[in-house]
Design a protein. Structure first.
Length: 381
């Protein structure tokens, strides 16, 4: 484990596509989906412990979740939780974490009375950025790939991402096209230049991507060293870099939070993919297969869950199915669901909300949440 490895976990989302299981007060990253006794966030933090010192793990989130994170990850200190006063997408989130890490690195150097030289390895940091709510089945293979990535970014000033070998023509993920030499076959765990990024395609295009053998799913997991990502923000998102510049002297100090509270809401709402990764000149990708899912929808959870003889899934509760198939049902633990005559439906109850809708219509759930919020003044968010 290297002392200059850092992990940034993005945990500010509300997970509205998993409503009503996921609510504003307790979004999906804080829930135990599979009955393991650990939330998705807890599993994510544990995943990085072999490679990143726990004191170098940072969680970026909304201020309303600070206490919940400290409750779930008790060996974190309060200053390891970076609180965004407003949701501004992944680029400002990552810029905040980068500025904070720079402040930590400088503080360490000053304590050691070392000269500040950004070309020195001692002044640098290797950073992995990951969402808090992804599922990874092969933890050992994941660690192998990430360790390889850390070694690569330590020696190379490039932006690196992890791409997943696609197993189906998925329309819910972004794609990365890999640049290979003529006649070269893309191999797992090698490092390749990125040719293009593509947002979520339609089904026909997703089939073309899968058949070509040139495309990977975009995992949303990024790796880079501190000087490289700072340079990328200056080159491609100066409007964000400039906002953090006046606060550099206070990052990592007691005055950091006040600066962020005042400045952060004025940051533009832009993703790191669009703002930097799609524009940068030297982006690399490692193709990998470690049983990954972004666990973004009820459909994704259904595909990953154990099914009965009629392809029904039950989570947390008990169930009895009659003339029913292809459903996913979750009620609070200790409750029984009796389902008759349903096919390919979502039945989900949590606290004061019961949702019954077609799996094929799960993209409408966000609209259901918005409509309920307007009609009932946010009572069921």
């Amino acid at each position: 484990m290297k002392e200059n490895n850092y992990c940034v976990i993005m945990a500010g989302g509300v997970g509205s596509r998993f409503w009503p299981f996921s609510r504003n007060s307790r979004p999906k990253q804080f829930l135990d989906f599979f009955g393991t006794g650990k939330s998705l966030l807890q599993v994510t933090v544990d995943r990085f412990r072999p490679l990143v010192p726990i004191e170098n793990v940072l969680i970026v989130t909304n201020v309303i979740y600070r206490d919940l994170i400290l409750e779930q990850i008790p060996d974190l200190k309060p200053d390891q939780i970076l609180c965004e006063p407003a949701r501004r997408n992944t680029a400002p989130c990552i810029a905040y974490s980068v500025a904070h890490i720079k402040g930590r690195v400088l503080a360490k150097m000053k304590t050691a009375n070392a000269s500040i030289d950004w070309e020195s390895d001692a002044m640098n940091a290797n950073i992995i950025v990951a969402p808090s709510d992804h599922l990874i089945l092969d933890e050992q293979e994941f660690l192998h790939v990430v360790e390889q990535g850390f070694d690569f970014i330590e020696k190379n000033d490039v932006l690196l991402t992890l791409g997943m070998k696609p197993t189906r023509p998925e329309t819910g993920y972004g794609y990365i096209q890999v640049k290979t030499a003529q006649g070269e076959t893309m191999e797992n765990n090698n490092v390749y230049p990125v040719k293009t990024f593509t947002e979520k395609p339609n089904l026909d295009l997703a089939k073309v991507f899968l058949e070509s053998g040139e495309f990977l799913w975009n995992s949303g997991i990024f790796m880079w060293n501190l000087r490289t990502i700072r340079r990328a923000f200056r080159d491609y998102l100066p409007e964000i870099a400039d906002k953090f510049l006046p606060g550099e002297p206070v990052m990592g100090t007691a005055d950091e939070e006040a600066f962020i509270q005042e400045m952060f809401p004025s940051c533009p709402n832009v993703s790191i993919d669009y703002g930097i990764m799609e524009k940068a000149k030297d982006v690399r990708v490692i193709p990998a297969s470690f049983g990954w899912s972004d666990l973004g929808t009820w459909g994704a959870l259904y595909e990953l869950s154990e099914k009965d003889a009629n392809q029904n899934v039950t989570i947390h509760c008990d169930s009895a199915f009659y003339e029913s198939k292809g459903n996913i049902v979750t009620l609070p633990k200790g409750k029984l669901a009796v389902i008759q005559g349903l096919e390919n439906m979502i039945v989900a109850e949590n606290d004061d909300v019961l949702l019954i809708c077609q799996k094929a219509s799960e993209q409408q759930i966000r609209q259901f949440v918005n409509d309920a919020s307007v009609q009932f003044n946010g009572k069921y968010n």
